[in-house]
Structures are given as C-alpha cells and as structure tokens.
Design a protein around this ligand. Structure first.
Ligand code: NAD
Length: 482
C-alpha cells in the first residue's frame, strides 16, 4: 500500500506540529495498519489560515464553475481508477466487507461525478425590480472557508458528500476525518492533489475531535461547519459555531423505524429487515433498528429473522463468505454490550444473539453477534437510544395509526421504511412519518441526486442533491440602477 501518512496543509504533506502520532488499527485483528500524525488545534489553525488565504487571495472561488467541475470530474475518475485499492483500505480501517467497500467506492465516484455535472447549474436569476431603469440580480456565491468533520462508519462516503459540493461551489476547506478511520480520506487528498486542486483549497488535519475538531467549530476564520456524527457532539459543535454565527450543517444519529404490515411481501420484508440493520454490523446512521410489526405476522416474522440470523457468517471483511465484520473498536463493543444488558434489565426478550461469538478465530476482533429483542415497548432505552450496533428491537401494532405513532415516537427523524402491498396505505404512512427519508418496500438506498438529512434531532440541512450544493453557497441580491 502506498499511502502518505501525513496531514495535507497548504499543498504540503506535513507531520503534526507536536510530533505526536496515532496508530490506526484493523478492528478484525487489532493489527496496526498505519501510523498517522495526531494533529491538534495548532495544526487546525495552520490549515484554516491556508484555506482563508486560498479563498481570499486565490482564484478558486472566482474561476468558472465549469473549470472547477473538470477538476472534480478528474477526482471521480481517479477514484474509479483506484477503486480496488481504496476499497481494501476502507475494509482494513473499518472491518467492513470488501464487497461493501467496493459498493461505497462506486457510490463515492458517483457523488463526485454528479457534482461535477451540476457545477455550472448553480446560476442565479434576474428578478423584477420595483424601481424604474434598474436590474435586480440574484447570484449564488461560495460561503468561504468550510470546516468538515466526519465519522468513522462510512469514512469516505461521508467525506465525499461534503468535499464534492464544497469544491464545485468554489469554497476552500479543511477536513477532519474521524481519528479512528482516516485512511481512505487521506488517500483521496492524494488524488485531489493529483487532479490539480490548487494549493490551500483543500486541507486535511488528523487528530481527535476535542482539539483538532473543536478548533474548526470555534475559529472565526471558518465560515461554515459541516458535521456528520453523533448527537452529543453535534450539539457541542452547534454551540461552538454560535461564537461567530457560522453557517451550520448537521447530519446526526438515527433510531430508524421499519414498519412491516401483514400484507407485505414476507420474504422481501425479511430480507430488507436484515439488510436494513446488519449491513456494516448495524453501524449505520440509517439502520432500521426499530422493527414495528403487525401483530398477526409477528411470530412468523420473528421466527424467520431468527433462523436467518443464526446462519450469519461473521469474519474477516476480506473473506468473500463473510456477511458481517467486527464493530469498530473495543470501546464501541463495550457500549453495544451495555445496551444489550440494559435491554434485558428493561424486560425485553432476547430472541437471538446477545453476546460475543465464541468462535476462537474471532477473539482478536471486536465481534458481536447479531441480536434481536422482542417484547419491546417504546419507553425502553433499547428502543429509544442509538446503540449503533447489530441490534434489532421488535414492537407490535394492530392499527395503521398506531404503527405511525410508534414510528414517530423518537427524538430522531432520519429515515424509516414501510413494507406493504397496499399502495395507498404506504403513501399515507410515508406522508405522516416525520423523517427525512422514507423507503417503501426498500431500505437503505441512497443516490447522489436524492437529498439526505434529518428531521427533529437527526440534523439540520441536507446533503446530496441540489440542496447539498446550496448548503455551500450564499445568496446575494444585486440591485443596479442603469
Ligand atoms: P462522533 O460524534 O463521536 O464523532 C464524529 C466526528 O466528530 C469525529 O471526527 C470526531 O473526532 C469529531 N469530534 C468529536 N468531538 C468533537 C468536538 N468537540 N468538536 C469537533 N469535532 C468533534 O461520532 P462517531 O462515533 O464518529 O460516528 C457515529 C455517529 O455518526 C452516529 O451517531 C451516527 O448515527 C452518526 N452518523 C450520521 C450520519 C448521517 O448521515 N446523519 C451518517 C453517518 C454517521
């Protein structure tokens, strides 16, 4: 693997000013796969100064959008060229299967292509002026210097949702990936350099959230902060960003309902209920962790799920038979174990799972068995809090209104699913579900031109689609007397 294990600041590959480093480990076997700089607020300040200068004095913000689009298209091409290397690196870093990582890389290239394609479609308009002999123009301009902070679960996918629109809109940026999984983001900064992104336009700092990340959210030279991560961190960033009233975009957690009616295609519902959660071991913001099942099919559905889950093959992401890899870290594994203990204490029934696997080959990794709780009620912590692991809770309903009420009974509002063959019922439910995405007879499908984001405490703003580009622009009205 060729990978520059450095930060990228003002067009230079640099170590942390403090000289500190951090080992990046493979969660499958705890082997060190890379050692990278552990940046802190001083590195963040240098990166912010570089991005500020590139925005204020460089020509990135003012060059034709089509020119920026060409560079972003080249980044997409390089991601396609290096797909296999990137996918393997993502799996080493996160433990997810290489097959999943390959899918991520295709989606990521698609995101860069999409924004390259619409780079020149962010124009303004002429509006009617109330004054005689005058012209009123509305134009869209870049916001300025953007701080971008990403989580560890979909490292490069989440980064691409921020990098591509920020670049085509003409911003300069500083990205801080999760300290646990920075490797594919690092590689992509090499690709951005190769694509000819000018010095200072993109900067990468590595390190922990409480110093490197916190500096991005408080520093007055940062005009916008875009954050994807947990709700607790998101609220801290929101407070920090208030010091200079930064533009703010937050993509936070989810505790997503998946409503299954008795008239659904049973096999499809079973497949998607499993796919909705156990993909990447439940470490997905949009995981459909709350199954809300019509009483008449409850027992059959649970039995089918349990049978399938018992066959699940846990293992190395590099083994093509593996269906589920490990959790990301020992700390996260402990958190998931705690949630299972809580569920049992609260009176939920453990239908399957509920422990680490006993396979001796998996003992070095952070594995946890896929777990299903039945007899759940909406007041339980296990139903309300995001465990971010391979845990499904099952609740029963008898009436459509009750199903929607249970689905909405959450502080989160990221995504949800409805399974039924009754189109009118599906549409009624989708209309009443208070969340940013509703899938009908599907789960966990994203694409570049569909907006993504949360209602309620799942976030502020939208990524992807045209709205994802608008997040990175300011709108100006110019009235000119002629
Ligand atoms: P996290 O909040 O712990 O960390 C996310 C990022 O914030 C990391 O880069 C971290 O270093 C940084 N950070 C931590 N403290 C900070 C601070 N005080 N100031 C600035 N930055 C700080 O989240 P995580 O554990 O990495 O990711 C899991 C969470 O992300 C889950 O809650 C998941 O639902 C959420 N997520 C949401 C989406 C979405 O699209 N809504 C997508 C992926 C993940």
């Amino acid at each position: 693997m060729t990978l520059k294990q450095k930060q990228y600041i003002n067009g230079e590959w640099v170590d942390a000013k403090s000289g500190k480093t951090r080992d990046i480990i493979n969660p499958y076997n705890q082997e060190v796969v890379a050692t990278v700089p552990e940046g802190d607020e001083t590195d963040a300040q240098a990166a912010i100064a570089a991005a500020r200068e590139a925005f204020d004095q460089g020509d990135w913000a003012t060059m034709p959008a089509t020119e920026r689009g060409k560079i972003v298209r080249e980044i997409a091409d390089f991601i396609e060229r290096d797909r296999e290397e990137l996918a393997r690196l993502e799996s080493l870093d996160t433990g997810k299967t290489v097959e999943e990582s390959r899918g991520d890389m295709d989606d990521i290239a698609g995101v860069f292509h999409y924004y390259a394609e619409i780079a020149d479609k962010n124009g303004g308009e002429i509006i009617e002026s109330p004054l005689p002999n005058s012209i009123s123009k509305v134009v869209h301009e870049p916001v300025g210097v953007c701080g971008q902070i990403t989580p560890w679960n979909y490292p490069l996918l989440q980064a691409s949702w921020k990098l591509a629109p920020a670049l085509v809109a003409g911003n300069t940026l500083i990205m801080k990936p999760s300290e646990i999984t920075p490797l594919t983001t690092l590689k992509t900064f090499e690709l951005m350099e190769e694509a000819g992104v000018p010095k200072g336009v993109v900067n990468l700092i590595l390190g922990a959230g409480h110093d490197a990340g916190a500096e991005l959210s408080t520093n007055h030279d940062v005009d916008l902060i875009s954050f994807t991560g947990g709700i607790v961190t998101g609220k801290k960033i929101m407070q920090a960003a208030s010091t200079n009233a930064k533009n703010l975009a937050l993509e936070l957690g989810g505790k997503n309902p998946n409503v299954i009616f008795a008239d659904a295609d049973f096999e499809l519902a079973v497949d998607q209920a499993l796919n909705g959660v156990f993909f990447h071991a439940g470490q997905i913001c949009s995981a459909g962790t709350r199954l809300i099942v019509e009483e008449s099919i409850h027992d059959d559905l649970v039995e089918a799920l349990v049978e399938r889950v018992k066959q699940f093959k846990l293992g190395s992401g590099f083994d093509e038979n593996t269906q589920m890899g490990p959790l990301i870290s020992a700390e996260h594994l402990a958190k998931v174990e705690k949630y299972v203990e809580t569920g049992i204490k609260e009176g939920a029934t453990l239908a399957v799972g509920g422990s680490r696997p006993d396979d001796p080959e998996l003992q070095d990794g952070f594995f946890y068995l896929p777990t299903i709780f039945t007899d759940c009620t909406t007041d339980m912590e296990i139903v309300q809090e995001e465990a971010f692991g391979p845990i499904i809770t099952v609740e029963k309903f008898t009436r459509e209104e009750e199903a929607v009420q249970l689905a909405n009974d959450s502080i989160y509002g990221l995504a949800g699913g409805v399974f039924t063959n009754d189109v009118a019922k599906a549409e009624r439910c989708a209309a009443k579900m208070r969340m940013g995405t509703v899938w009908i007879n599907e789960f966990n499908v994203y694409f570049p031109h569909a907006p993504w984001g949360g209602y309620k405490q799942s976030g502020i703003g939208r990524e992807l689609g045209k709205l994802g580009l608008e997040e990175y622009t300011e709108t100006k009205h110019i009235l000119q007397n002629t």
